[in-house]
Design a protein around this ligand. Structure first.
Ligand code: NAD
Ligand code: MG
Length: 394
């Protein structure tokens, strides 16, 4: 392409959103930011609009739109409101690429819109794929979209896989997702009941948004990533495995039929997978610090402890259960994590809310033949998780 790549960033004020703008700013000749969105931090969105001058910026309500318009006097950015505006921005004809960096199932509709419109879809928003599942992949195929994983594990696997997609099933034995184990990897499971939100979001290796940080502490993040890998790479659940690797240097691995193992390594900096998604199949400067092998003391591995991380197994269970089960698991977890961050439930109750909700809705999921049905199921699961939370004492 001779002209710059025209990019929309959904969730531009978050950790992935700002990382994306950091990479983009290093390559002004390659990228033109045409759309940005934020949910709460209007001041930060205004600063981004002044710097990158997108055509459109989307906020969730009129009050924030007024504040943003006032802050953008003299800047030629049209301020739009609401979820439909997000979808329209993601599917607009002049857009080449969409970075999906909203957190949670709220990102599903704009992701689907970008997929149906055939965009180059850079997917950080793993919950959208966990909820959307087969319908999401169908929209990608029918729309002719290019789906590029941004999650570091999936980017690692994508970088290790041969280009010929049709050969994956034959050449690959299984995938190994690495997991740091989060802040509580070595903590006595008997003491997990008392951990605070501050302790749970203090990740040892990565700086991330609050929700994914809590998910890393419970390892529900890895559970969501197992489901994500299943859809992205089309492998059966039993061909996706997880190993703890506390240094977060190996970002994931592909084990071939002949026993050969391919891995992707780097410092834990999301700008690497972001830059790869932005430039694929080329490579551009990401700004990430380089790996210093002489300074690396050791790369170690261990099996995840099911007593400490009971939620991990829910991934394989949900993938083997009827369609819609992964959407229920995701919805319960979003509600449970929010309740934990609001100090309404204990850390260990996140798993009990998730397991309870999945169990309660199993057998009465109903058909999930379109996105509306999936989102209705998502709403039912949220209501059940909330009901359970009200029953629990913090
Ligand atoms: P974050 O909380 O830092 O940012 C989330 C962004 O989404 C913000 O811009 C926020 O304004 C917007 N947003 C939040 N709720 C919204 C809603 N209901 N509607 C519209 N917009 C909304 O989160 P993050 O850490 O950047 O993560 C974003 C996504 O990327 C998540 O799905 C996460 O799992 C995934 N991811 C993040 C990392 C990381 O290092 N942060 C790594 C891998 C994958
Ligand atoms: Mg990840």
């Amino acid at each position: 392409m001779n002209r710059p790549q025209r990019l929309v960033i959904l969730g531009s004020t978050g950790s992935i959103g700002t990382g994306t703008l950091d990479v983009v700013a290093r390559h002004p000749e390659r990228f033109e930011v045409v759309g940005l969105s934020a949910f709460q931090r209007v001041d930060e969105l205004a600063a981004q609009c002044r710097r990158f001058r997108p055509r459109v910026a989307v906020v969730p309500d009129e009050a924030r739109a007024r504040a943003l318009r006032a802050a953008l006097a003299g800047v030629p950015t049209e301020v739009r409101v609401g979820a439909d505006a997000l979808c329209e921005m993601a599917a607009a004809p002049e857009v080449d690429s969409v970075m999906a960096a909203i957190v949670g199932a709220a990102g599903l509709r704009p992701c689907m819109a970008a997929a149906r419109a055939g965009k180059r879809l850079l997917l950080a928003n793993k919950e959208a794929l966990v909820v959307g599942g087969a319908l999401f992949m169908q929209a990608v195929a029918e729309g002719g979209a290019t789906l590029l994983p941004i999650d570091s594990e999936h980017s690692a696997i994508f970088q290790c896989l041969p280009e010929d997609r049709a050969s994956w099933d034959q050449r690959i034995d299984h995938l190994v997702l690495t997991a740091s184990g989060g802040p509580f990897r070595a903590r006595d499971p008997a003491t997990l009941h008392d951990v605070t939100p501050e302790q749970a979001v203090a990740h040892p290796n990565w700086v991330m948004g609050q929700k994914i940080s809590v998910d890393s502490a419970t390892m529900m993040n890895k559970a969501l990533e197992v489901i994500e890998a299943h859809w992205l790479f089309g492998l059966a659940p039993e061909r996706i495995r997880v190993v703890l690797h506390p240094q977060s240097i190996i970002h994931s691995m592909v084990v071939c039929r002949d026993g050969s193992v391919l891995a992707q390594l780097g410092t834990p900096d999301m700008r690497v997978p972001i830059a790869y998604g932005l430039s694929f199949p080329e490579r551009i400067e990401s700004g990430a610090p380089r790996l210093d092998f002489a300074a690396l003391s050791a790369l170690t591995f261990e099996a995840p402890d099911a007593r400490r991380f009971p939620g991990l197994q829910l991934a394989w269970d949900a993938l083997r259960a009827p369609a819609g089960s992964t959407a229920v698991l995701n919805a319960a977890n979003e509600v449970a994590v929010a309740a934990f961050l609001e100090r309404r439930i204990a850390f260990t109750a996140i798993h009990s809310v998730n397991a309870h909700t999945v169990e309660t809705l199993a057998g009465r999921l109903g058909p999930v033949s379109d996105v509306d049905a999936l989102l209705a199921l998502d709403a039912r699961a949220r209501a059940e998780a909330e009901r359970r939370i009200r029953e629990l004492k913090p």
